[in-house]
Design a protein around this ligand. Structure first.
Ligand code: G6P
Ligand code: MG
Length: 215
């Protein structure tokens, strides 16, 4: 099957915002006296803000009201946005920009499939928005990864079948979403965590046009 589109997760694939998400969640967890490590953070990658908060609170032993939880999620996002405020093109992960250029030259469609409600803001800061033929973010979906909705919606907007598209993901939940949706899933990161992917690359540095001939 000829690959017609590449669909990218944002955080941890295009830009290393995963570290800023972690810093903000860690700050909240510390305030609440809940133990939270980088290892725990793996479960938060790719999942929505509210689900992330639930996962953290489950590690503590207190019950909070919905109003308290809303305030916590808002506070985390405010911190996250401060950490992200200085993001610019220099923080695009290695290999991504040349790959996007090569996709454009070869008329391969480019999509975004991110759980983040801040995706557009971050893409703008990176000066990448104009590359994307379809952008599906956390504001457009009701079911979070590992549900495939975000990628299926991107494929529909791009007018391609899932089997005609590659999904690039750094999160376990994201890889699972891509596989469930019928996409060719390329994981970026640790093969032990992303083992369900069709292929795992250690870093975005290894992404190139040859990947389009693999499936
Ligand atoms: C991405 C990240 C998650 C983050 C989620 C929601 O998928 O991997 O860590 O929690 O988006 O992001 P938001 O910017 O809407 O809080
Ligand atoms: Mg990610």
């Amino acid at each position: 099957m000829k690959i017609k589109a590449c669909i990218f997760d944002l955080d941890g694939v295009i830009v290393d915002t995963a570290k800023y998400h972690f810093m903000a969640w860690k700050r909240l967890a510390d305030e609440l006296n809940i133990p939270f490590t980088e290892n725990d953070n793996e479960q938060l990658k790719g999942v929505s803000r509210t689900t992330s908060l639930e996962i953290i609170l489950r590690k503590g032993n207190k019950v909070y009201s919905d109003t308290e939880k809303q305030a916590m999620a808002m506070k985390k996002n405010e911190w996250y946005l401060v950490y992200c405020s200085t993001i610019n093109e220099t923080e695009i992960l290695p290999g991504i920009k040349p790959f996007l250029d090569a996709l454009k030259v070869n008329h391969i469609l480019i999509g975004l499939g991110s759980a983040s409600k801040n995706a557009l803001l971050i893409l703008d800061k990176l000066n990448l928005t104009s590359y994307f033929d379809a952008i599906v973010d956390g504001n457009k979906i009701t079911e979070a990864k590992p549900n495939p909705m975000v990628f299926l919606k991107a494929a529909t907007e791009l007018n391609v079948e899932p089997m005609e598209a590659i999904v690039f993901e750094d999160a376990e939940a994201g890889v699972e979403a891509a596989i469930r949706g019928g996409f060719y899933a390329i994981g970026i990161g640790d093969p032990e965590i992303l083992g369900k992917a069709n292929l795992v690359l250690r870093s975005t540095n290894e992404i190139g046009m040859e990947l389009l001939n693999l499936n």
